[in-house]
Design a protein around this ligand. Structure first.
Ligand SMILES: [Zn+2]
Length: 229
């Protein structure tokens, strides 16, 4: 739980790259490459391990110690599996999320590509407050895989980058007096952030996904789950 504190509104850079006319002609069919770049806040923080979701396919780095770049075009992507590994130490519980990507047309026993996604946290989109937990990442990857056209994929990528610019969020919160700053938790994004307490409750939203179903903290959220049963 304590590690979630780190998640409080961290500014990150560069996302939703709209890079027209890239020379890599193989992948850019229509001259547009819209990409969501997911990068981890901890564990595998680093350039090498960025995951780039574009209209053409998914790009990532394979390997544990040695990385090699890999790309799977959407039409060659098969099953996507999310594995959760829990390592219990005496004092801490570490959760690792792993994504396994299978290619279509490859024999059943062929090894899937492995992405070490993140610890219990999600990954954040560059230049956005949007956060993807491993579950949401799989959802997004499957959506992109199953989309029928380039246009549909552009729409999906746009829809999934709802987060505000981290710099803007920071700037706006700077003008909020301390006593009005409220810490909130979004169960969808699994992030903690600060909202302006002077705003109507319905206007207090998660910076990452825009949802106003937010809670004081994770415990508060878990309590509401208990009630529902
Ligand atoms: Zn959210």
């Amino acid at each position: 739980m304590g590690c979630l504190i780190i998640g409080i509104v961290i500014g990150f850079l560069v996302c939703l790259q709209v890079a027209p006319e890239s020379t890599e002609g193989v992948f850019i069919l229509f001259g547009i490459l819209i990409a969501i770049v997911l990068f981890s806040k901890r564990h595998d923080y680093g350039k090498k391990r960025n995951i780039i979701l574009s209209t053409q396919g998914i790009r990532f780095s394979e390997g544990e110690t040695f990385y090699k770049p890999a790309t799977i075009p959407w039409n060659e992507l098969g099953e996507v599996t999310h594995l959760k590994k829990v390592l219990k130490n005496e004092t801490t519980v570490d959760v690792y999320n792993i994504l396994e990507l299978k290619k279509t047309g490859i024999l059943e026993h062929a090894k899937p590509s492995v992405i070490h996604y993140c610890n219990d946290f999600g990954r954040q989109v560059l230049n956005s407050t949007t956060t993807f937990t491993a579950e949401r990442a799989v959802e997004l990857i499957e959506k992109l895989r199953d989309a029928g056209s380039e246009k549909a994929r552009i729409q999906i990528l746009k829809d999934n980058n709802k987060g505000k610019n981290p710099e803007e969020v920071k700037k706006r919160l700077r003008n909020v007096p301390w006593k009005h700053r409220l810490v909130r938790y979004c169960p969808t994004c699994k992030v903690i952030f600060v909202v302006d307490g002077r705003k109507e409750q319905s206007e207090q939203r998660c910076h990452s996904c825009g949802s106003n179903e937010i809670y004081e903290d994770e415990d508060e959220y878990l309590k509401t789950l208990d009630k529902g049963e």
